[in-house]
Design a protein around this ligand. Structure first.
Ligand SMILES: *Cc1c(COP(=O)(O)O)cnc(C)c1O
Length: 400
């Protein structure tokens, strides 16, 4: 293959035909350290008999949608890190989540979703899936083994996310898995906080582990990608079949950036953990702060479970300001920050801040809850930034 001369003398073909030249002219044998970017929709075969289209043979090439060497390389590397059976790549974390729900739910299914779940996951379940006849029930993220009483004959999936988005509850995933297994129900985990490495999803028994590579694996706020790793062949039958049908094409260029991000994930996570703990512990001492919801600190619901099940902590956490902080005062604090940029998402090199005053599930604390993501800036500078903004936020409105 790669020979432009399929029985024709190349030199006698018209130049227009030769422009469509199929094969490379550059010599083979380039072995680089950089991930190769293979773009392509159509895959060509030597013989018709080779044109087999079977999603179960996941490591063959049939069509660009189902994998190029770059997209499969990323899936295989995440699978190896997760210790799973297989991994498919999706165009974002949210796409990966949607894929899992579509794979496990049918009209009449019942699914259990923690109250602390990532907002768009809740909306996906309660808006789109409910419209397809799926019954979605919220559960207390700290429910643990008591989830058993919520499982019904028609329960098709238990969703976990640990720690929870914004409110940071660490879930007792092994206890939930034990209850689910006893009833033959699959458990899926959004493992984005752990970057797929700080919590070993499959060693703790989950069937499906989802990650937004957008966060730590990408690591530089410049790509959107997600993965769905499955623990075993049964989970792959469910997820692989759905993946095949929903057309979740991923950009090989983005996958190459994620492959590059993987190479520095270890050093970034180490530094982010240390800097974040420095900032979180400083905040804990501040008079304006009622609680620091960081899994490695005792204020965080489920802290002891984090200590038991995780091998480290990451860069995102929340603070609850004291009772006398109104929404306006909180906004003044957020607006006064200079190094912490106001933005959704986390896991990149830049420190970020976001307040969630409209989030109904956050109850009475909502006006006073601020989420921070610590980046790779020097922690002393981040602390100075927080100090000046807290002190400005503390000034009563009338004296400004
Ligand atoms: C960001 C995020 C997602 C969604 O990822 P995208 O790549 O932005 O679609 C899902 N789950 C969690 C916990 C996230 O933080």
């Amino acid at each position: 293959m790669g020979d432009a001369n399929h029985g024709f003398a190349a030199g006698r073909l018209h130049w227009r035909t030769r422009l469509i030249a199929p094969g490379p002219m550059a010599p083979p044998g380039f072995h680089s350290l950089a991930p190769a970017v293979h773009r392509g929709s159509t895959v060509v075969f030597d013989r018709l008999g080779d044109a087999v289209d079977d999603w179960r043979q996941a490591e063959r090439y049939t069509y660009g949608l189902y994998g190029t060497p770059t997209t499969l390389e990323l899936g295989l590397r995440i699978k190896a890190l997760d210790g799973g059976y297989h991994c498919v790549v999706a165009p974002g974390g949210q796409a990966a989540i949607a894929l899992v729900f579509m794979a496990y739910c049918r009209a009449g299914s019942h699914v259990l979703v923690p109250g602390s779940v990532y907002g768009p996951t809740a909306e996906l379940a309660e808006d789109l899936l409910a419209g397809f006849g799926v019954e979605v029930e919220r559960y207390d993220p700290l429910i643990g083994g008591a989830i058993a009483s919520r499982i019904r004959p028609e329960t098709s999936l238990i969703w976990c996310e640990s720690p929870g988005s914004i409110t940071m509850e660490v879930q007792d995933v092994p206890a939930i898995v034990a209850a689910a297994r006893a009833r033959g129900v699959a458990v899926a985990l959004d493992n984005t906080y752990a970057a797929g490495v700080l919590f070993d999803a499959f060693a703790h028994g989950v069937d499906v582990s989802v990650q937004a590579l957008t966060k730590y694996v990408g690591g530089h706020s410049d790509i959107l990608l997600g993965t769905v790793s499955v623990a075993n062949g049964a989970a792959y039958e469910t997820v692989g079949r759905a993946h095949r049908l929903v057309g979740m094409a991923v950009s090989p260029d983005d996958c190459a950036l994620a492959l590059r991000g993987l190479q520095t994930l270890g050093v970034r996570l180490d530094r982010l953990e240390r800097s974040t703990l420095t900032v979180a512990r400083w905040l804990k001492e501040r008079a304006e702060v009622a609680a620091v919801l960081h899994p490695a600190l005792p204020d965080c619901p489920g802290h002891e479970i984090w200590a038991r099940d995780f091998t480290g902590s990451a860069s995102v956490f929340s603070i609850v300001l004291k009772d006398d902080w109104t929404a306006a005062r909180t906004a003044r604090f957020v607006d006064a920050l200079r190094l912490f940029r106001i933005g959704f998402s986390w896991g990149g090199v830049t420190s970020l801040v976001m307040a969630y005053p409209d989030s109904a599930r956050l109850g009475a604390r909502r006006e006073r809850l601020v989420r921070l993501n610590v980046g790779l800036e020097e922690p002393a500078d981040l602390i100075d930034d927080l100090r000046q903004a807290l002190e400005l936020g503390t000034v009563p409105v009338k004296s400004l």
